[in-house]
Design a protein around this ligand. Structure first.
Ligand code: HEM
Length: 264
């Protein structure tokens, strides 16, 4: 099953051009949702004004070389390993889900554009990557959903309590889960079930990409921007308009050791 390209078998009934059109439409939905969100929530305006204000507080100028090096380091470490989540389960779950999703999306586009159609060859590597990406997304996402979500782990809400903020994680999980179920049933010749899961796979993608405006989807663009801005502000001394660190030892008293910090 892992070496099977489900899109290629689907091409017997659905034109590859329609599948390519679907992917392009999803990219357009991401762009539209993010741009409309930025305009209506004014977060880009806030971000740029804040950066401009911080610039006035800068105590030193950073050259192009240093700027490039800070951006590269931030990309590899802060963004590439989601360092803001500290060390622990939360970060590991996020990294699994993040890379799983990136692999799943890139391999979906590669399979549909390069390996689906009558005159196209097949690639077991990309088919395996598609399945592995979906599985990693499920591992990271379900781990987060059942055990790590703040509502569950810190606020004692049951795992099945759903709010609007869960739209992104649930649609993401639905898309990978139904994608895997579709591939499995298609590979085993369960025609009826495979079309059911295909329909659910399409619906979950429409919700995931069509819901960008209402969901946390765009954090994957905002967070990297904020991390780069924060590290540049530290290097030029502006510190995002925050006061300098106190010149005193960090003494929090023994109470700090009583339990893990998890009351957000
Ligand atoms: C393809 C890229 C990414 C995917 C699929 C992804 C996925 C997710 C998901 C599913 C959540 C849980 C959302 C919720 O609270 O319901 C989440 C939260 C979060 N993401 Fe991402 N993310 C991506 C990129 C990034 C990047 C680049 C950063 C930072 C540089 C980032 C930082 C965070 C943080 C700080 C949280 C909150 C985590 C928590 O509450 O434990 N994410 N992400």
């Amino acid at each position: 099953m892992f070496e099977n390209n489900p899109f290629s078998i689907l091409a017997e009934v659905v034109s590859p051009i329609a599948m390519q059109g679907f992917i392009i439409a999803m990219v357009v939905l991401i762009a539209l949702g993010t741009i409309i969100q930025m305009i209506s929530h004014k977060n880009l305006t806030y971000f740029l004004n804040n950066a401009k204000k911080a610039k006035l507080q800068a105590t030193r100028n950073i050259g192009a070389g240093e700027r490039a090096s800070i951006i590269a380091k931030t990309t590899v470490y802060d963004i590439g390993t989601t360092s803001e989540l500290g060390f622990g389960k939360r970060r590991l779950a996020h990294v699994l889900g993040m890379y799983g999703t990136i692999i799943f999306w890139v391999s979906s586009a590669t399979l549909v554009f390069c390996y689906t159609g009558v005159d196209k060859s097949s690639s077991s590597t990309w088919s395996i990557l598609w399945h592995v990406g979906a599985i990693l997304t499920c591992i990271g996402g379900y781990w987060f959903w059942f055990f790590l979500r703040v509502d569950v782990s810190a606020e004692a809400h049951p795992w099945y309590r759903i709010i609007k903020a869960d739209l992104f994680v649930l649609a993401l999980l639905a898309s990978s889960t139904f994608g895997l179920a579709w591939s499995y049933t298609q590979f085993n010749g369960q025609i009826g079930l495979s079309y059911l899961f295909l329909t659910l796979f399409i619906a979950s993608n429409l919700i995931l990409f069509g819901g960008v405006y209402w969901s946390k989807f765009a954090h994957m663009f905002y967070k990297p921007g904020a991390a780069i801005q924060k590290n540049l502000a530290e290097a030029d001394g502006s510190r995002d308009n925050l006061p300098p660190p106190a010149d005193a030892p960090e003494q929090f008293g023994l109470g700090i050791k009583r339990e893990e910090p998890k009351h957000y």
